[in-house]
Every structure is written in structure tokens, then in C-alpha cells.
Design a protein around this ligand. Structure first.
Ligand SMILES: NC(=O)c1ccc[n+]([C@@H]2O[C@H](COP(=O)([O-])OP(=O)(O)OC[C@H]3O[C@@H](n4cnc5c(N)ncnc54)[C@H](O)[C@@H]3O)[C@@H](O)[C@H]2O)c1
Length: 321
């Protein structure tokens, strides 16, 4: 029997696909400490994880029957990928399955910040009855997204999904990526059964910083936005980080919001998670989410389907099994 442990769960659509192909799939959550014993005792040959379960050298060394480590999602920080590969274990993931969900979260933050939804939702329950008109006055200077310029730093899978939504919303797109010079995006307006291609040529980092009303980060990591880069931005710009914590330096961001240089920030990721930074969480110009960029029902289903198909395909190629 081909046995899989999906230790951080898998959408039922993926479980069904795998079971139809003859796999036995357990979604029982095993603690990190018990994982080695459980994998060996139950003879699991495939381990499916998301970000919670860590698959380090100790597990790889102690579980010789493990043939595939499958990560539902993108980041593989929780897996010793190179070591696993050296030991002949196949490591697979689903890098594109959640890109659209992350891109939509960027716009959720942008809509929220540009019309003060985040702070209005915090204020209305306590002040909505007694100070309705004062609150109304506070939130009258909202802005539209259409017609504005969005700067995209990192023009890979998610950056390009952001651009597609922006184009459909009649925004101007400026993108920077040191490894991408241009990309042809297919904009599919399925409601009117029409699609068209748009070519976006990337521009310099400085151009994105200087000429964008909104700037969103979609890079693999690093410390890209510090005081210096913020100074180059338009006064009143709004920045979004749904990529990696630390891409925007939190201390410099707070300073720029407090000095009115920036009008707002949307953060899905933090330098430290959970973040101890109360000033970030409570700041009236910051819209926050707890690293939920990829967390939609649709993304979970796409992840489960793509991962199951890859496991079935990879397993069938492993002649040793
Ligand atoms: N918030 C979430 O829940 C969530 C979900 C999925 C992915 N992510 C994160 O989003 C980020 C982007 O993911 P992706 O799937 O689009 O990755 P991707 O690899 O498709 O794209 C990243 C792009 O960044 C570019 N890049 C690298 N260094 C750069 C730099 N210094 N300046 C500008 N561009 C640079 C690369 O050339 C690449 O095109 C990753 O950090 C990923 O971990 C977050």
C-alpha cells in the first residue's frame, strides 16, 4: 500500500484524487517530536506538509523509506531541500497555485487603506453611535485606485497577477525586476468572454519608487525598502508588503507614516511572526493581516489538485517503489 501522511492537512479534493490513484492518505496531525516514529512505524513513503511541519535533516536521516516530501504552497524554508535531494528524496511544491489569492489580498489592503476601511472598522463599534459625523469627516478624503500608478517590485508569479488586476482596473503599471525585462500578460475578462494581451516592460527600481502612487513588493526576500528608498517615494504613497517580513524595514516604515511621508501601509508579513510590534498592529495608517495572503478556499483547492497530480506523476516515475 502506498501511504501518505498529510501532516498539515490537504483539501479533500486532493485526498480524493490520491485515494483514487491507490494511495492511503492520513491527515492525522502528528507532533514534531513523534513524527520520526510515526513515519517509520506506519511506513509512510510520502510526507505532505505546509509551513507548520519542519522536515529537517533529523527526519530525513531517520526515515529511509521516505521517497517524496511535498509542500503545499511556495516557500520551502521548513524543509532541508538540498539535503533531501542529496539523499534521493524528491521534493515538490506548488509555486503558482496561490499567486492570484496573494494578488487579491494586495488589492484588499489597497481598497481598505484608500477608503480608511481598516480604521473605520476599528472605530465604528465604539464611536459609531456617539460620533458618527466626526468619523464621517475623518474619512472623507478617500481616493480611487483607477487612474493611479501601481509600482510592482518583483515581477514574478504574484507580481504579474497583481499587474493583471491593475490593468483591468484601469491603473498604470510600473514594474521592476532585475531578472525580467518584459512580460506579456493575458487579461481574461471572462464575464464578457474576451481576453487580450498586454506587454509590460519593466523599468528601473528608482523609476518605480519615484513615480508610483502605490508600491507593492513581491520579491523572495532581502531588505529592499529602508529610509533611503522611502525618501525617494512620492509624498503620500501607500506601500504593501505581502512577500517576506523585513523587505520593508518596519522601524523606517513607522517613522515615514508618523512623519506623513507615507499615507498608509498594508502588511501581511512581518520581520518576526508573531509580531511583537504593537505600534504596527495599532497604527491608524496600517492595514494588517496575519500572513493570510495564500489562504483562500480556491488556493487550497488548486494547491491540493496540483500537489496530488505531481505526487501521482512523481511516484509513478520512481521505479524503485
Ligand atoms: N503572503 C503570503 O501568504 C505569500 C504567499 C505566497 C508567496 N509569498 C511570497 O511572495 C514572494 C513572491 O512570490 P512569487 O511566487 O511571485 O515568486 P517568484 O519567484 O515567481 O517571483 C519573485 C520575483 O522577484 C524577483 N526578484 C528577485 N530579487 C529581486 C530584487 N532585489 N528586486 C526586485 N525583484 C527581485 C525575481 O526575479 C522574481 O521574478 C515570495 O517571497 C513568497 O514567499 C507570500
Amino acid at each position: 500500500m502506498k501511504k501518505i501522511l498529510a501532516n498539515d492537512g490537504i483539501d479533500k479534493i486532493g485526498k480524493e484524487l490520491l485515494e483514487k490513484s491507490g494511495f492511503n492518505v492520513s491527515t492525522e496531525k502528528i507532533t514534531q517530536e513523534q513524527l520520526i516514529d510515526e513515519i517509520n512505524e506506519k511506513n509512510y513513503t510520502v510526507l505532505i506538509v505546509r509551513s507548520a511541519t519542519k522536515v529537517r535533516k533529523d527526519i530525513i536521516d531517520a526515515c529511509p523509506n521516505l521517497k517524496i516530501i511535498a509542500r503545499g504552497g511556495v516557500g520551502m524554508d521548513n524543509i532541508d531541500v538540498e539535503y533531501a535531494k542529496q539523499k534521493g528524496i524528491q521534493v515538490i511544491n506548488t509555486p503558482a497555485a496561490s499567486s492570484h489569492s496573494v494578488a487579491e489580498l494586495v488589492f484588499a489592503h489597497l481598497f481598505s487603506l484608500s477608503r480608511f476601511l481598516h480604521i473605520s472598522n476599528r472605530d465604528m463599534p465604539t464611536k459609531g453611535s456617539s460620533q458618527f459625523n466626526e468619523l464621517k469627516k475623518n474619512y472623507t478624503n478617500g481616493i480611487e485606485l483607477s487612474g493611479k500608478t501601481i509600482g510592482i517590485i518583483g515581477f514574478g508569479r504574484i507580481g504579474q497577477e497583481v499587474a493583471k488586476i491593475a490593468v483591468a482596473m484601469q491603473m498604470k503599471v510600473l514594474a521592476y525586476d532585475p531578472y525580467v525585462t518584459s512580460s506579456v500578460l493575458n487579461i481574461n475578462l471572462s464575464a464578457i468572454d474576451h481576453s487580450f494581451d498586454v506587454e509590460i516592460k519593466t523599468v528601473s527600481f528608482e523609476e518605480v519608487l519615484k513615480s508610483s502612487d502605490f508600491i507593492t513588493m513581491h520579491v523572495p526576500g532581502g531588505s529592499l525598502i529602508t529610509k533611503k528608498e522611502i525618501q525617494m517615494m512620492r509624498n503620500g504613497a501607500i506601500v504593501i508588503n505581502a512577500s517576506r517580513g523585513g523587505v520593508i524595514q518596519e522601524k523606517d516604515l513607522l517613522e515615514a507614516l508618523n512623519s506623513e511621508k507615507l499615507a498608509g501601509a498594508g502588511l501581511d508579513v512581518f520581520e518576526k511572526e508573531p509580531t511583537p510590534m504593537k505600534e504596527l498592529l495599532n497604527h491608524p495608517k496600517i492595514s494588517v493581516t496575519p500572513h493570510t495572503g495564500a489562504a483562500t478556499i480556491e488556493a487550497q483547492q488548486r494547491i491540493a489538485i496540483e500537489l496530488s497530480e505531481k505526487i501521482i506523476q512523481t511516484y509513478s516515475k520512481l521505479s524503485v517503489l
